[in-house]
Design a protein around this ligand. Structure first.
Ligand SMILES: [Zn+2]
Length: 630
């Protein structure tokens, strides 16, 4: 890790040098929008539209529980404590106590690890999205109080950004929070606060040029994640400067250009932030229409998928493979390798295999963009796999800041709260405590999409979506125990008969999917890896029954380790729960049986008795094995 002082100096120097007089003057002046500015609401590529958070209602279940649980934790956070680092930096009275961990306001802690109130913006964002989803007045008031108090701490020199190990990252999260408070809570003053926040932050931000330092420099600055929220800030009515900043931070030469040309530049790079940066590329395509960015996002995902776990997750120890290990890494890990070249090696030598809430949050955002743009259900399949096998089974965030961070796919795994990488850094309130509340809200806007013809059902989660089309109020409700069983039931209601399309994602893994309409087999093709379309005049009580027969499959960790495999049922990885390595054969695993219809538990025979297998969300404190030797 670079030392903060060196990096800051380098960053600022290079920034001024690289930005050039014209660009620097433009950015620093906070100039108003140029008259030729493009239409803020236009999106290139005729993408699908997202529903609003409030259009989708979840029935009780894992998704709703995660939202309620994270919501309750954020609502319970002491506001003076949340504001304390901002108030201290601004030299104002700062009652309350230090939240600690990564959210520390204590300068001594800042030197030892990532610190600063970086999750503040993410929590404002999550609370704003919760408000949009639930209309809860207490949530709205909390956002309003926090943001108004935050505004009082903004001072021109931006001292609070010095608290942060990653001022660019911190600024990006603040941007997200403020534009969400503006958009979802209707806090009109938030855009003005964004302007003064940006003025204060500018001299602390990493310049575009930091990216030219290559993976090491880029690892620390995370500046290429900036454009996405800058585009959003501009689209929602922010100062025209945000569009300029979005363009300026697009990491063309070192990242997006080579990706667009099909060159894999992922190896060794920080996994979460580079996946997150692909959302900047997808957003750049939507706003600017330059296909290079779309290609970069699509290809970047392809390269990540080439090194994905059976769970759909990617990265190990926060890196893409192959990744070199320096002397410090080797000492820290107690291994004598100069690089980790394959997932199999990462499995063998590590226990940190996916930065779960942050990684899943980035994955969801990118899948939404790519699904909306390409209408390719592959991105829905990918999102579903990551959801069930990673973030939906994360340990709950607690009131003391203990958070789930890394999924462990090593033998004898346990779900554990983040320990600061063996206490080498603070552990409470890490980055992942910022993204878990955000993704818990975002399951809603990821489940359904729409276009002029009707609705796309992307995730099969018991829920209702409501919308208005051609002057008619329509609601569509899905139910059923999928993915613990094969069937999803979908019922529509409309205030009067109306013709529209219902498109259903048919996962590529399904071998003989079928669809019944009002009890009769549907007469149009239902092909895996497509959206099946039912386009008709819908009447009250019409009912679709979708069957997606699941099959058991074994997925080797990689080509170098064909005998280390995970058992998969449809979108679910089944984790063997056992205190000792199960002695189980390939055939025994493939003959595993669900303990009862729609049960969370599967059983496989083995030479030392039956082996229990559970999906990720079914595991509590048991010892589990993700990959088995078969
Ligand atoms: Zn994280």
């Amino acid at each position: 890790m670079n030392s903060q002082n060196d990096l800051s100096q380098l960053t600022r120097r290079q920034f001024v040098h690289a930005a050039g007089a014209g660009a620097a003057a433009f950015m620093l002046s906070g100039a108003a929008s140029a008259p030729t500015e493009p239409d803020r609401h236009f999106e290139h590529g005729n993408p699908l539209k997202e529903f609003s958070y409030g259009d989708v209602v979840f029935q009780p279940g894992l998704h709703q529980s995660q939202l309620e649980q994270t919501h309750a934790i954020l609502m319970g956070l002491d506001e003076d404590s949340l504001l304390r680092p901002f108030r201290l930096a601004a030299g104002r009275p700062a009652p309350g106590w230090d939240l600690g961990g990564w959210y520390s306001a204590t300068p001594t802690l800042v030197k030892t690890g990532p610190s600063g109130p970086e999750t503040f913006g993410q929590w404002i964002s999550a609370l704003s999205r919760y408000y949009a989803a639930t209309g809860d007045e207490a949530t709205r008031l909390k956002v309003e109080r926090l943001v108004n108090e935050y505004a009082k701490t903004i001072e021109p020199s931006g001292k609070v950004f010095q608290f942060s190990k990653g001022p660019t990252y911190f600024y990006d999260k603040l941007t997200c929070g403020l534009v969400d408070a503006y958009e979802f809570v209707g806090l009109k003053s938030a855009l003005g606060m964004l302007t003064s926040t940006t003025d204060a932050a500018l001299s602390h931000l990493a310049g575009r040029a930091i990216d030219q330092l290559g993976p090491e420099g880029a690892k620390s600055s995370e500046s290429y994640t900036v454009p996405e929220n800058q585009f959003i800030a501009w689209q929602r009515g922010g100062n025209g400067r945000h569009l300029a900043m979005a363009k300026q931070y697009l990491a063309d030469d070192f990242y997006f250009d080579p990706l667009a040309r099909g060159k894999n530049v992922l190896p060794g790079r920080h996994a979460y932030s580079h996946m997150n940066a692909l959302s900047s590329a997808a957003k750049a395509y939507l706003v600017l229409g330059d296909e290079r960015y779309l290609k970069a996002a699509v290809n970047g995902l392809v390269f990540a998928e080439q090194q994905s776990w059976a769970t759909g997750a990617w990265g190990f120890g926060e890196s893409f493979v192959p990744a070199s290990l320096d002397a410090e890494d080797r000492k820290f890990l107690g291994i004598n390798l100069t690089s980790i070249d394959t997932l199999g090696e990462a499995l063998k030598y590590f226990k940190w295999h996916f930065e779960t809430p942050c990684g899943a949050y980035a994955h969801f955002k990118l899948m939404r963009y790519l699904l909306r743009i390409t209408k390719d259900p592959h991105y829905g399949d990918s999102m579903e796999r990551v959801m069930y096998n990673t973030v939906l089974g994360a340990l709950p965030l607690n009131q003391f800041g203990k958070a789930f961070y890394q999924s462990n796919y090593h033998a004898h795994g346990h779900k554990e709260y983040f320990d600061g990488y063996g206490h080498s850094m603070p552990d409470e309130w890490p980055c992942c405590s910022g993204t878990l509340p955000q993704i818990a809200a975002d399951y809603r806007i990821s489940s359904y999409f729409n276009d002029v013809d009707g609705v796309y059902i992307n995730l099969y989660i018991p829920s209702t979506v409501n919308w208005r089309q051609g002057g008619v109020d329509i609601s569509l409700t899905q139910s059923g125990p999928y993915p613990l069983a094969d069937t999803v039931v979908i019922e529509t209601k409309a205030s009067q008969p109306i013709t529209f399309a219902v498109r259903l994602r048919i996962p590529a893994w399904s071998t003989s999917p079928s669809l019944h309409l009002n009890g009769r087999p549907y007469d149009k093709p239902v092909q895996p890896g497509t959206f099946a379309t039912v386009w008709r005049e819908w009447r009250a009580g019409d009912r679709i029954e979708l069957r997606l027969p699941r099959q058991l499959e074994l997925k080797p960790v990689d080509a170098a380790y064909p005998n280390m495999a995970a058992l998969v049922s449809g979108p679910l990885v089944l984790f063997a729960v056992s205190d000792d390595s199960p002695k189980v054969t390939r055939d025994q695993l493939l003959a595993a049986k669900q303990e009862a219809p729609a049960s969370r538990e599967w059983l496989a025979e083995s030479s030392n008795g039956p082996v229990r297998l559970l999906p990720w969300f079914g595991i509590k404190d048991e010892t589990y094995f993700t990959y088995l030797s078969v």
